[in-house]
Design a protein around this ligand. Sequence first.
Ligand code: AMP
Length: 232
Amino acid sequence: MPPVPPRLFRLVLLGAPGVGKGTQAELLCERLGTCHLSTGDIFRAAKCLAQDECSPALQDALGYMRRGDLVPDQTVLDLLRERTHCIRCRGGFLLDGFPRTVAQAEAFDRLLAASGLEAKTVLFDVDPKVLTERLTGRWTNPRTGRVYHEKFNPPKVAGIDDEDGGELIQRPDDKEETIKKRLAEYQEKTAPLIAFYEKKGNLVRVDALADIATVTNAIVSACPSLLHGAAA
Ligand code: AMP
C-alpha cells in the first residue's frame, strides 16, 4: 500500500451527544498535532474556576449546561472568537460540539470566510435509539477530559484511567434524565445542520457505530490530501 499523503484537517465533527466525536478528536489530535476545540470542554473547565475568575456570561452558561440546555449562541460565539488562533492553526482544527445551531453555523462560516479558510463537516451517523446506551455508559477523567465507555471502550481497570491512573467519573450531564433532554435538544436545534451542510455540498457521513479505528480511518480518508492541490 502506498503511504497516505499528508492531509488537511479542518473539520467540524457533527453528531448527537455520545456518538464518539470527543474520542475521535482526541485520537486524531494526538496523532496529528491538530488544534482540538471542544466547546463542552471549555464549559467544563470553567466549572473549576473560582467565582471571580469566571465572567458573568460564563457563570450563566454553566447553569444552562447543568440543566442539559444549550448555552445561548452569543456566549458560545464570544468564546469561539477568543480562540480564533485555533481556527487559523496551520496544523488544522477539529471542532467538536460546535456549531450546534444554524445561527452558530452561519456565524462560523463568516469567521472562516474572514480568514480565507474552508472546513469540511463529518457527520457521525447513528440510529438515535442506541444513543442513550452509549451516553449512560460513559466515564470521564475530570482532569484530562479523556473519555471511556464501559462497553465500547472500557478502561483496563473499571473506574481508573489507563493513562494517568486518575479516577473516572460519570459526568452530571450524562445522567439519564439529562440525556433525554440533550437528545431532544439535538433533534430540534442541531440536526437541521445536516441539511445546512448537505446543501453546501461539504458533508461527509461516517458510520459512528463502526469500531474506533474504522471511524478514524473514514475521517482521515474524508480529508483532502495536501499533495493533491488542497490549500494549506
Ligand atoms: P458536549 O460536551 O459537547 O456534549 O457539551 C456539553 C454541554 O455544553 C451541552 O449540553 C451544552 O449545555 C453546552 N454546549 C457545548 N457546546 C455548545 C454549543 N456549541 N452551543 C450551545 N451549548 C453548548
